[in-house]
Design a protein around this ligand. Structure first.
Ligand code: SF4
Length: 328
């Protein structure tokens, strides 16, 4: 049975915060869904899911689901829940993303009642200096408190982080990832900062007071983050913003690349392989089928990089193996 997320964007109109990076309409590429639109979407998708033998989690994304107008939130939940009840073979559960300071027992009671299974928190960083400098309006302790509550109540916990915000440092991002692991989250999303027109980051950038991490720094850092989460067995379900003309057309800086994840995974595999291929020569690299393109690298970049050090390799499939290199 195939599984998918049916994403519904719920922007936070009237949000009282002024996060330095935020231009919600551009990031989501959508305006908020109405209850009628949601109903129509679920009605239209149901036979398509049935025909293809796919189950879907209905996902409310946009960043602050539990902070939006309560009646609006409940009407969306009610509508989605009615499809969970009527079509349990197509619609399995609900998912949402929200702010760490907008979660308490009362709101979790409501979410639970309507079939919410997964809650993602936009933590962004576990460094209080970075959170304050970017006007997030919550602290790292809020993330810890909300995360523990979500886990205690039996929901699946997702944590989202950004890299390269104002005042951020690579070591802060590594510490954030290690804290995510300690919080025992079930999934992670990593978003390198994209500087969007009209945001505070854009102003700071144009005044020369701020720049995000470079592309190279981001790739190097994200490869390390992927390794931290891989070792902890925590799936990284997203790395980088979704491809969108709104984002590419509105960015004034930062890191955005449609193949960013592939490039970072290539770097991770380069590191894993270089730990085993230390001398020039020919090697056989054994790896699982799903890792072959990562080992070769994005557009063959790993092959080329090793060749520059006098190292060549052929790849052989070995089910379940991450990387095992043998000199020929
Ligand atoms: S990112 Fe910040 S400013 Fe933007 S909607 Fe979310 S809380 Fe509000």
């Amino acid at each position: 049975m195939k599984q998918t997320n049916l994403s519904v964007f719920v922007t936070h109109s009237g949000c009282p915060h002024i996060c330095s990076f935020c231009d919600q309409r551009t990031i989501s590429g959508h305006t908020s869904v109405s209850v009628n639109e949601l109903d129509e979407l679920l009605k239209t998708q149901q036979p398509i899911l049935e025909k293809s033998g796919t189950t879907a989690q209905i996902a409310f994304f946009g960043g602050s689901f539990t902070a939006i107008d309560r009646d609006y939130m409940e009407s969306l939940l009610k509508c989605a829940h009615s499809y969970l009840v009527r079509y349990p073979k197509q619609y399995t559960s609900l998912r949402c993303s929200t702010r760490p300071d907008c979660v308490d027992d009362e709101i979790l009671d409501t979410l639970e009642r309507y079939g919410m299974r997964s809650i993602e928190l936009g933590a962004q960083s576990m460094n209080d200096e970075v959170l304050a400098a970017n006007h997030r309006g919550h602290t790292a302790e809020d993330v810890r408190t909300a995360s523990r509550l979500i886990k205690r109540r039996g929901f699946e916990l997702g944590l989202q982080m950004m890299t390269g915000l104002y005042k951020d440092k690579p070591e802060y991002c590594i510490a954030t990832a290690n804290e995510f692991v300690a919080l025992d989250c079930d999934t992670v999303r990593i978003y390198p900062t994209v500087i969007l027109k009209g945001t505070e980051l854009d102003t700071l950038h144009s005044e020369g007071k701020y720049d995000s991490f470079t592309f190279e720094q981001t790739v190097e850092l994200c490869a390390k983050l992927l390794e931290i989460f891989r070792k902890a067995n925590i799936p990284v379900i997203r790395l980088g913003l979704h491809a969108s003309e709104d984002v590419s057309g509105n960015m004034t800086g930062g890191v955005y690349h449609p193949a960013l994840r592939e490039i970072c995974e290539s770097r991770l595999f380069y590191k894993l392989m270089s730990g085993q291929m230390t001398q020039p020569g020919k090697y056989t690299v054994y790896t699982d089928k799903r890792n072959i393109s990562r080992a070769v690298g994005h557009k063959g970049c790993n092959k080329e990089a090793f060749l520059r050090s006098g190292i060549s390799f052929v790849i052989k499939e070995e089910t379940g193996t991450l990387v095992r290199a043998e000199k020929m």
